[in-house]
Design a protein. Structure first.
Length: 85
């Protein structure tokens, strides 16, 4: 069985949309933890915990999903060339 960490590439090699998604997940984690820590109502704390959990879950799995930008660009070029024929 292949280890999912073997597929992890550096952040600089990711496609721009994956970089944006990763930064959104970081923002969700920070905002969720902020609501969890400083939320006055019980519902604020629950929603903060849910958002922080979702953000942290994404941060864990997204590096394994990220496509290599160079490989993806080459695959798109080949597909575009094949459609022209």
């Amino acid at each position: 069985m292949d280890n999912w960490l073997s597929n992890v590439r550096g952040f600089g090699a990711w496609m721009p949309n994956y970089k944006f998604g990763f930064l959104c997940a970081v923002a969700a984690l920070v905002l969720g933890l902020g609501l969890l820590a400083f939320g006055g109502e019980a519902l604020d704390r629950v929603m903060g915990a849910v958002v922080a959990l979702a953000g942290s879950g994404l941060l864990i799995v997204m590096p394994g999903w990220a496509l290599d930008a160079a490989e993806e660009k080459e695959a798109r070029r080949r597909a575009k060339e094949a459609r022209r024929r």
